[in-house]
Design a protein around this ligand. Structure first.
Ligand code: KG4
Ligand code: ZN
Length: 351
């Protein structure tokens, strides 16, 4: 087989995933085993539970990724595994497996920054067609359960421009949903509820950090929501998302509106300061209906090309890790073996 095949492995949080992409970024397979059910009981991800579940799920996930792609391990030319940021025990499972596979096959192992994986995910197609060409520079907005990062991506570096100081937007969705007695994860549930609500009904504070930086803060918004819950007598008893009083539906719609306008506000600030030609959205919260529509509309108004990731590629998956690993490998060549350690913290822009 002459094509260049990359095997991706992702185990940073609560999704065990393995994928195969080819040299043109065609997704040949992308298998995701979600642990959401195992964590739903606790209303959030439990690190030890995650690490154990990765250990159990990875062998079958990896076998299926090879089978779906119709290849053997001996066809793989590069292994790319998430090395951070994430839960250290969870990361170690995938990264160690990646190292072992690469060592056994005598091919390079690329340790990938999970956020960089998200950053480039908007360039991939889930249907097996080649990836879009990556044109530098572009701006990236990564919004997930653990992160909110606005960056400028140049061909040889990533420049951070704004990040969250406290809760990430996905975390805010999840925490607010949990306090209201809605199922985990909260993002998709609130997205669905908000579709029937009026987001202009309740005025909620949109976080601005007082030191004049462009960083995000979602903790004030979360506190305001808790006050509203107390006022409405919402005490955390399980609620049926499809049978909520309209006042509560409007409150969730207003919460979503506040998150979306905070994100859009920062994008607008950066556009005013340095001009954005291309904006790639990514991360779990990139699945949000209102955020997608708002950014697409903003792009049309400003003449900015906005790349929205396909929904199936917004949450954690190994195809995006394989793709980021392949792009790096092409740019930098085989990685330094010492760089292959798991790191729970690994900010974008740091080598
Ligand atoms: O990127 P991801 O899979 O994991 C992290 O790296 O954090 O993101 C998961 C997050 C969760 O907080 C989830 O509630 C949120 O993405 N999410 C959404 C939607 N779908 C997933 N948030 C808002 N609207 C959605 N439709
Ligand atoms: Zn993620």
């Amino acid at each position: 087989m002459t094509e260049f095949l990359t095997l991706g492995i992702e185990t940073s949080c609560d999704e065990t995933s393995a994928a195969v992409i080819d040299g043109e970024g065609r997704v040949r397979s992308n298998v995701i085993a979600s642990q959401a059910a195992a964590h739903a009981l606790y209303g959030g991800v439990v690190p030890e539970v995650a690490a154990r579940a990765h250990l159990e799920n990875l062998p079958a996930t990896f076998e299926k990724a090879l089978a779906d792609a119709g290849i053997l391990l001996s066809d793989v030319n590069l292994v790319a595994a998430t090395a951070g940021p994430g839960l250290i025990g969870a990361l170690l499972v995938g990264l160690s497996a990646g190292k072992a596979l690469a060592f056994a096959r005598g091919v390079p192992l690329y340790p990938v920054n999970h956020l960089e994986g998200h950053l480039f995910s908007a360039y991939l197609h889930a249907d097996g067609s080649p990836a879009r060409e990556v044109v530098y520079p572009f701006h990236g907005l990564v919004v997930s359960g653990g992160h909110a990062e606005l960056v400028r991506v140049e061909s040889d570096r990533v420049v951070p421009l704004a990040r969250t100081r406290d809760d990430a937007p996905g975390e805010a969705f999840d925490k607010v949903a949990r306090r209201a007695g809605l199922p985990y994860p909260g993002g998709p549930v609130i997205d669905r509820i908000a579709a029937r609500g009026d987001g202009s009904r309740v005025k909620l504070p949109v976080g601005r950090v007082s030191d004049g930086s462009r960083d995000f803060s979602f903790s004030g918004l979360k506190t305001a929501m808790l006050r509203e819950f107390a006022r409405l007598g919402v005490d955390g008893e399980p609620l049926d998302p499809d049978a909520l009083p309209q006042e509560l539906v409007d409150l969730f719609a207003s919460f979503q509106r506040a998150v979306v306008s905070a994100l859009l506000g920062r994008v607008e600030d950066v556009h005013a300061a340095e001009g954005i030609r291309r904006l790639a959205l990514s991360g779990g919260v990139a699945a949000n209906t209102e955020l997608r529509a708002a950014l697409a509309g903003w792009g049309r108004e400003r003449g900015v090309s906005v790349l929205l990731p396909e929904r199936s590629l917004t949450t954690d998956n190994a195809a995006m890790i394989a793709w980021a690993g392949l792009l790096r490998f092409r740019r930098d060549g085989p990685p330094d073996v010492a760089a292959g350690n798991a790191r729970s913290r690994w900010p974008l822009g740091v080598a």
